[in-house]
Design a protein around this ligand. Structure first.
Ligand code: 5AD
Ligand code: SF4
Length: 437
């Protein structure tokens, strides 16, 4: 059983872990009691993700003791890359058998063998090795859509963020390897790929010859049979004009852009080391809005960054209203030991952070609802993903604009792109009726 916390990068890593273990004869299960191996793939981006891991590890220990179960327990992912957190785990959770970092997945078989022969706790924290990583396949969760890594790591060192420490320096995969992987996926029935990287817009920097992210997208768009291309995550400073124009040029590039702003205050953006101003950001948004196609926008925002004043926060609210995002992922600033912001003065008290988050969520929910109302009566192309998580009687999928759409459909529709006419909208989802061809 694999329990995955955090971002798409981790989900993707878990698919590789599953593939390695399948090749050794294991079968993935959802059943904690039945499982012989339990793996926790951890997230370090905020403290509460770390806390969840410790809670789950404690629960598992009790479950094993109460039922007299024997299991191999592995903990991997970003938290294991932080020395203090890993050492705490080694010390306090002796029942964890194998501990490995984000870049050790390729040698998982060796780690398992070492544990089985020595019965000792095995620990491996490595640097990325693209050659060995390229040899690892994935047990994909869906056969109609897939994440595809195009790069690993991050060089940006935003002052609040732990990722450059947990995932290491930025390394791009060769374009030919990415294209071969996508062709293979499409041959297997995949219609949609999401290109993954911590900062996809700087793709190719480490390659010789260099290649630009936009050029990579054009090459991928040429793959016959591939219908949809998305990418995650962008850094506003690296989004080029060419990339923005590509939305008008490439039909397969879905009209949705996640463009994390983090704050609307220039003072805070500087403290965050984001390397753009509010004005630079809004200029890019204007260019996106001037395109022939309507592009749905989403963002990430942190409230309560050290020294954030009421005025700075108001600047964020103002920016949110100016841009009019379809969706925003909003976070309370969480101190990450080892980052520059953790040492900054004027950390913001929890009650202020919470109040700011509530206010931001209220403002954004209203905007999301207004944006979604514009879809009433419209027919959207929806890639059907499966049964709705909220209501068994409905299926759900994503429109081209990445809207979550619920509708009545059949099992055979899963994996197909169908037409849905929208008749009801909320802030986070919309309902509609399937239009028969
Ligand atoms: N505290 C709160 N949010 C954070 N993020 C990254 N680091 C932190 C932190 N220390 C948020 C950013 C990023 C998203 C993935 O997580 O908004 O874009
Ligand atoms: Fe973290 Fe900034 Fe890198 Fe994103 S770009 S992973 S926020 S350091």
């Amino acid at each position: 059983m694999i329990k995955t916390y955090g971002c798409q990068m981790n989900e993707r890593d878990s698919e590789s872990i599953s593939w390695i273990l399948s090749n050794l004869g294991f079968v993935e299960t959802d059943d904690m009691i039945e499982s012989d191996i339990v793996i926790f793939n951890t997230c370090a981006v905020r403290q509460n993700a770390e806390n969840k891991l410790l809670g789950n590890l404690g629960d598992l220990k009790h479950l094993m003791e109460a039922n007299n179960l024997k299991k191999i327990i592995m903990v991997c992912g970003c938290v294991m890359e932080i020395d203090s957190s890993r050492e705490f785990l080694e010390e306090k959770f002796k029942h964890v058998d194998i501990i490995f970092g984000t870049n050790s997945i390729a040698i998982l078989e060796d780690l398992l063998e070492e544990h089985l022969s020595t019965k000792k706790q095995v620990i491996n924290i490595d640097q990325i090795n693209l050659k060995t990583r390229e040899k690892i396949g994935q047990n994909r969760r869906y056969n109609f859509k897939s994440y595809v890594n195009i790069m690993y790591g991050c060089d940006n060192f935003c002052t609040y963020c732990i990722v450059p420490y947990t995932r290491g320096r930025e390394v791009s995969r060769e374009a030919k390897d990415i294209i071969a992987e996508i062709k293979h996926l499409v041959d297997g029935g995949v219609k949609e790929v999401t290109l993954l990287g911590q900062n996809v817009n700087s793709y190719g920097k480490t390659l010789d010859p260099k290649i630009l992210f936009t050029d990579l997208i054009y090459k991928i768009a040429d793959i016959d049979g591939l219908e949809r291309i998305r990418f995650m995550t962008s850094h506003p400073k690296d989004i080029s004009k060419e990339l923005i124009y590509a939305f008008d040029e490439i039909d397969k590039l879905m009209p949705f852009l996640h463009i994390p702003v983090q704050s609307g205050s220039n003072r805070i953006l500087k403290l965050m080391n984001r390397k753009y101003t509010r004005e630079d950001y809004l200029e890019k948004i204007e260019l996106i809005k001037s395109l022939k196609r309507d592009i749905a926008l989403s963002t990430d925002i942190i409230v309560g960054f050290p020294d954030e004043s009421d005025r700075d926060f108001e600047d964020t609210i103002d920016l949110v209203k100016t841009v009019g995002y379809d969706q925003a992922f909003t976070f309370i600033y969480s101190i990450r030991p080892g980052t520059l912001a953790a040492k900054m003065e004027n950390q913001i008290p929890d009650d202020i952070k919470n109040a700011r988050l509530q206010k931001l969520i209220e403002v954004q929910n209203d905007i999301s609802l207004e944006k979604n109302k514009m879809y009433l009566g419209k027919t959207l192309n929806v890639l059907v993903e499966g049964k709705s998580q909220k209501d068994e009687n409905f299926y759900s999928g994503r429109s081209e604009e990445f809207k979550l759409v619920n509708f009545k459909a059949n099992e055979e529709d899963i994996g197909n792109i169908i037409k849905v006419i929208i008749n009801d909208v909320k802030s986070f989802s919309m309902n509609g009726e399937k239009v028969e061809d």
